[in-house]
Design a protein around this ligand. Structure first.
Ligand SMILES: [Zn+2]
Length: 238
């Protein structure tokens, strides 16, 4: 395995732990993948039957774009088609996240659009599609194709009454987008609990904020912070 692939695998393992630290774990549900090396028709994926926080590099499985496991000992998530179908149509994407983040699930049940209430919401001000054809898992290639088509060029979507999907050119980008999407949903739910939001960032300012705040460097720095928090928590538990 080359050094670049090893680097991506390390980020993938850290990404799983960051999502768990953020409260996005749902027992053994949720999965993250990365495409390495670039343009590869294979990707590394978190295995089934383990929680996000339990994952280490040796457990990862390697999967092809048909959704077949080609390497690794552990099981394959039946929602593998979220990953295969996005990688097919988005050559720019090298990491895909799917979790059952609780606020994203609850927010998706309201049928309301996500508003830029805090900074985080501006990241999705250019659109946050909601997949509403089914609330069931994305367990067939056909469903995966539809999710990928709905995602289009966006960075995230909600699966109604199910969870979130985020993508990125890096693991840091996809994972932090999931963290910020979950927070944006949480903030809007808090505002609803207080009678509903009456003010939010206007579209022009949201665009400025998105470009200024959510740069690739900011995503790397925020991810590194989250990884430090994960390491601190692990050290306390020992
Ligand atoms: Zn799911």
């Amino acid at each position: 395995m080359d050094r670049e692939t090893l680097y991506w695998i390390e980020r993938l393992v850290d990404g799983c732990k960051v999502l768990s630290w953020d409260g996005q774990g749902d027992l053994i549900s949720g999965h993250v993948s990365c495409r390495a090396p670039a343009q590869s028709d294979r990707f590394y994926l978190k295995p089934s039957r383990f929680g996000l926080e339990e994952i280490d590099a040796a457990q990862l499985i390697e999967v092809n774009l048909e959704g077949e496991k080609v390497a690794g000992e552990l099981g394959l998530h039946n929602e593998v088609f979220i990953h295969t179908e996005i990688y097919r149509v988005r050559p720019d994407v090298r990491c895909v996240v799917h979790t059952h983040a609780p606020h994203a699930v609850a927010f998706s049940s309201t049928g309301r659009p996500l508003l830029p209430i805090g900074h985080e919401g501006t990241l999705f001000a250019d659109g946050l599609p909601v997949f509403s054809e089914t609330t069931d898992g994305i367990v067939t290639r056909e469903r995966g194709e539809k999710v990928a088509a709905l995602l289009g060029e966006h960075r995230a979507l909600l699966l109604q009454n199910h969870g979130l999907v985020t993508v990125g050119a890096t693991v840091e980008e996809a994972v932090m987008t999931a963290v910020w999407l979950e927070k944006a949903c949480r903030l809007q739910m808090i505002a609803y609990a207080m009678g509903g939001p009456t003010r939010w960032t206007d579209p022009a300012e949201a665009e400025i904020k998105r470009r200024r705040i959510y740069t690739p460097e900011a995503m790397r720095n925020a991810f590194a912070y989250c990884v430090r928090k994960v390491r601190e928590a692990q050290a306390r538990d020992r």
